[in-house]
Write a protein that binds this ligand. Structure first.
Ligand code: IMP
Ligand code: MG
Length: 176
C-alpha cells in the first residue's frame, strides 16, 4: 500500500481558523495568565502558531501521551512517555491537542491533570472527528470538525511522516 495525499485545508485556511480560536481565548482569559499544555508530537505546530496569536502572558509545557502506534486505529491504551516539567497547581491550563478521535487519549490526560489541582483546565483541539467518539470529552475550542477520514500535515503524521506539510491533507491508501 502507498499513500496518496489530497489537500483538505490550505495553509491560509488553517491560519484563519487558528486566528478565530485565538480571539476566543483572548476574550475568555483576559486579565489572566495562561499555561499551555502541548501534547507531543502532533500538536507542536498548532500550539506554537496559536501561542503567537495570544495576548495574555503565556507559559508552555509539553507532555507526550499516545494511544496510537504506527497504525490508524486506536488501541485505547494510554502511555505517558514524557510528563510535564512544571507543576500546574493553581494555574489556568489549556490542553492543546492536534486531533480528537475516539477521545480516549484526551479523557485520560484530562483526568490525570485535573488531579494535580489546576485553577482551571480546558481543552483546545485543531481537529475533531466527533463521529468516532468512544468516550465523552468536553472540548472547549475546536478548529475544524471533520468526517471519519485520516488526515496528515501541520503536525499530524502517518507512521511519523508528513508532519512538516504546511497544510492538512487526507490520506488515500492505494495498492502499489
Ligand atoms: P484518540 O485517543 O482516539 O482520540 O486519538 C487521538 C490521537 O490519535 C491524536 O492525538 C493523533 O495522534 C492520533 N490520530 C487520530 N486521528 C488521526 C488522523 O486522522 N491523523 C493523524 N493522527 C490521528
Ligand atoms: Mg497526538
Amino acid at each position: 500500500m502507498k499513500e496518496v495525499l489530497h489537500q483538505v485545508y490550505s495553509t491560509e485556511e488553517v491560519d484563519k481558523v487558528i486566528s478565530g480560536i485565538a480571539e476566543q481565548i483572548n476574550r475568555d482569559y483576559e486579565g489572566k495568565e495562561l499555561h499551555l499544555i502541548c501534547i507531543l508530537r502532533g500538536s507542536v505546530f498548532f500550539c506554537v502558531d496559536l501561542a503567537k496569536k495570544l495576548t495574555m502572558p503565556v507559559s508552555m509545557d509539553f507532555m507526550a501521551a499516545s494511544s496510537y502506534g504506527n497504525e490508524v486505529t486506536s488501541s485505547g491504551q494510554l502511555s505517558i512517555t514524557k510528563d510535564l516539567d512544571d507543576e500546574i497547581e493553581g494555574k489556568h491550563c489549556l490542553i492543546i491537542e492536534d486531533i480528537i478521535d475516539s477521545g480516549n487519549t484526551l479523557k485520560k490526560v484530562k483526568e490525570l491533570l485535573a488531579a494535580r489541582n489546576p485553577e482551571s483546565l480546558k481543552i483546545c483541539t485543531l481537529l475533531d472527528k466527533p463521529s468516532r467518539r468512544e468516550v465523552e470529552v468536553k472540548v472547549d475550542y475546536t478548529g475544524f470538525e471533520i468526517p471519519d477520514k485520516f488526515v496528515v500535515g501541520y503536525g499530524l503524521d502517518y507512521a511519523q511522516k508528513y508532519r512538516n506539510l504546511p497544510y492538512l491533507a487526507e490520506v488515500e491508501f492505494v495498492e502499489n
